[in-house]
Design a protein around this ligand. Structure first.
Ligand code: ADP
Ligand code: MG
Length: 434
């Protein structure tokens, strides 16, 4: 089983420079691979946060390649009991909720007020008013945080409540392995009878998975009929999930649909303050304001920027001030000149190669289009703060693993000094002013 980890590690090593690899991957020990989760032991909380903020997508993508479960759990010595690896806990509660994701640490502003209120109501009286609750919104805007907050709250109020949290991928993987092992009865018992509250994260990944949709449909019906609470999250509303059976789409719309939007400035500042106080990071008002003004669309990146700043300040024994923030975050925030967007990159690349932006977002695989598309993804990854899934989304809803391999491919060609690719990339970078 541990082989999965070794293989993933090998591939990660190929993609990172030695320093990154030695600092952030070599120290990780794979403790267990269960059907639900892979458990990685890291030196401390700080290390875990760093890896989560900077390498989680890479880890997920590489582990997925190896067919590993997609729930990655981290442990370290001295952490709280409830985040211990799955095998140490009783079977009914295989998932540990993130203790830091509570309603107390969730900052409410007008961008997320409605979703927060709905989640809080459901946590108070699960299964009663809004069933299902469907929360949707962009990457890093607090959807997973809200799910865990509900889970933590319900458990606190009623420790015997069976609260189950799964990502859509876990549900799918679990289904596939249960089918293979001919253990569908157990599977059904677990999801239908073993649940007072079922939380499924990133349900948009049901798209196109017919067998999983079918099984989820029955799970949904059974829980709903028993007045068990269902909460789903997605990066888009049910109406925009492609390749979703109509009967599921309509069920997702039965209860309450709430969206989360990117937070406004005051909320961003408040989020930074909360994070800084939880993590005991000294943060002055002017630095908080500077970060909040420059990182706008994604709370995860906002938090990541703080973690990075803290790391640099510790390593270089410097205070966290604006000058340090500017230098550490220069790739994330544009302090000179305008920010480059994925849309601009697509336009410039399309013009350069004499194709259309629709081609870049489309499905054609001819090299005359595939190569410009990969180059555009490469530039988007290197010159915008967008994550792999965000870039995939902007390129015709491609999977993040497609983006990762495109970026890797172009990087390889650049490293091999492939003349035409090198020339195109350099020229495009000049046009973009980077
Ligand atoms: P999503 O699931 O929407 O992609 P997450 O719930 O994983 O986003 O949020 C990303 C990070 O940002 C988490 O660390 C989360 O705690 C934090 N975060 C997002 N929104 C808020 C908020 N309103 N208050 C406090 N932290 C937040
Ligand atoms: Mg999430």
């Amino acid at each position: 089983m541990l082989e999965v980890w070794d293989k993933a590690l090998y591939s990660i090593r190929e993609q990172l420079d030695a320093h990154q690899y030695n600092s952030w991957f070599k120290p990780i020990v794979c403790e267990a691979v269960t059907p639900q989760a892979i458990v990685l032991k890291v030196p401390d909380r700080f290390f875990r946060d760093w890896v989560r903020d900077n390498y989680l997508e890479l880890l997920r993508a590489e582990l997925a390649q190896q067919g590993a479960p997609l729930d990655i759990q981290f442990t370290f010595d001295g952490e709280r009991i409830d985040s211990r690896p799955a095998p140490a806990r009783p079977p009914a509660q295989t998932y540990s909720f993130e203790p830091r994701y509570t309603f107390d640490t969730f900052v409410v502003g007008s961008s997320n007020h409605f979703a927060h209120a709905a989640a809080a109501a459901v946590a108070d009286t699960p299964g009663r008013d809004y069933n299902p609750l469907f929360i949707y919104g962009g990457v890093g805007l607090g959807k997973t945080h809200l799910l865990h907050a509900v889970a933590n709250q319900v458990r606190k109020a009623n420790p015997a409540a069976m609260v189950q949290y799964y990502t859509c991928e876990e549900f799918t993987n679990d289904l596939i392995s249960s089918l293979r092992a001919d253990r569908m009865n157990e599977f059904r018992a677990k999801y239908r009878r073993g649940c007072d509250v079922l939380l499924v994260d990133d349900i948009q990944f049901l798209a196109g998975k017919d067998r999983t949709q079918d099984e989820f449909f029955h799970t949904f019906n059974s829980l709903h009929a028993d007045k068990r609470q269902i909460i789903l999250t997605s990066d888009r509303p049910p109406s925009e999930i492609a390749y979703l059976e109509e009967r599921l789409r309509s069920r997702f719309q039965w209860g309450l649909i709430a969206d989360v939007q990117p937070p406004e400035l005051e909320t961003r500042v408040a989020i930074l303050r909360t994070k800084a106080s939880v993590e005991k990071i000294p943060l002055d008002d002017d630095v908080a304001m500077f970060l909040a003004q420059n990182i706008k669309s994604n709370v995860r990146e906002l938090e990541g920027s703080l973690v990075r700043l803290h790391a640099h300040a510790r390593i270089h024994r410097q205070p966290i001030d604006i000058a340090l923030a500017q230098s550490v975050l220069k790739d994330l925030i544009a302090t000179t000149g305008p920010t480059i967007t994925v849309g601009q990159i697509q336009k410039v690349v399309a013009a350069h190669f004499n194709v259309t932006t629709t081609d870049l977002k489309g499905q054609r695989r001819h090299r005359a289009i595939a190569l410009p598309r990969m180059i555009a993804m490469f530039l988007a990854r290197n010159h915008t703060p967008s994550s792999f899934p965000e870039i995939g989304h902007r390129f015709g809803n491609r999977d993040h693993s497609t983006v990762i391999s495109a970026v890797r491919k172009i990087q390889e060609l650049m490293d091999q000094r492939d003349p035409s690719v090198e020339r195109a990339v350099t020229e495009l970078q000049r046009t973009l002013g980077v």
